[in-house]
Design a protein around this ligand. Structure first.
Ligand code: IMP
Ligand code: MG
Length: 215
């Protein structure tokens, strides 16, 4: 039988009506469905924290946040890791770093992945890189080759979401929160041209909104 190490959101997942959850007024007409409610994101993130701590042993972790889309996931995952660290006999020292990548325009990946920032990239501790979503895999592959030039002891990639898409390079992160259908998702810091980061739930953007916020 098949053991999966992440939650799978099926292609025919109906999601939830927007009216059943709290969604900002200014986005009411832009979204189709709530596909991953905030509470479910948090519950899954709590478990990822436990799995990561279990696997990292006593290594010092440099948690690298891939901005901007990864900021919510980063903050919430680190809160769960901190909570494990302060409530058990074993604990893992943790420092943080931030890097910014940009590759998207409208709902399409451009072939050009820009990387900005990151001050501790050359430090030799184990790194855990935290990202919002992997689609083609290009962003993470670019980042990983950049990190490998600094010879870190180990690098693990955690991505909240991985998209099932024929555009994927085949790249898989070490830890995955949810595998999701091939749709454009927003919320929980995932954006469409910088909008929708201020939405708690992960939702499917409708076509009308893609036009409305197009650049
Ligand atoms: P990749 O390089 O194709 O794997 O794309 C990864 C990056 O594209 C992510 O870090 C996001 O910034 C962006 N991205 C890909 N799919 C989505 C989506 O459905 N919603 C919002 N951003 C996305
Ligand atoms: Mg983006």
């Amino acid at each position: 039988h098949h053991i999966s190490n992440h939650c799978i959101i099926a292609d025919d997942e109906k999601g939830h009506d927007l009216d059943l959850f709290c969604v900002p007024r200014h986005y009411e007409n832009d979204l189709d469905k709530v596909i991953i409610p905030h509470g479910l994101i948090m519950d899954r993130t709590e478990r990822l924290a436990r799995d990561i701590i279990r696997d990292m042993g006593g290594h010092h972790i440099v948690a690298l946040c891939v901005l901007k889309g990864g900021y919510k996931f980063f903050a919430d995952l680190l809160d769960y890791i901190k909570s494990l660290n302060q409530n058990s006999d074993k604990s893992v020292p943790l420092t943080v770093d931030f890097i910014r990548v940009k590759s998207y325009c409208n709902d399409k990946s451009t072939n050009n992945v820009k990387v900005i920032g990151g001050d501790e990239l050359s430090n030799l501790a184990g790194k855990v890189s935290l990202s919002d979503i992997v689609e083609t895999g290009r962003t993470m592959e670019t980042l990983l080759s950049l990190l490998s030039e600094c010879n870190p002891k180990m690098v693990k990639v955690v991505s909240l979401l991985v998209k099932r898409t024929p555009r994927s390079s085949g790249y898989r992160p070490d830890y995955i929160g949810f595998e999701v259908p091939d749709a454009f998702l927003v919320g929980y810091a995932l954006d469409y041209n910088e909008y929708f980061r201020d939405l708690s739930h992960i939702c499917i953007l409708n076509d009308q909104a893609k036009e409305k916020y197009k650049v």
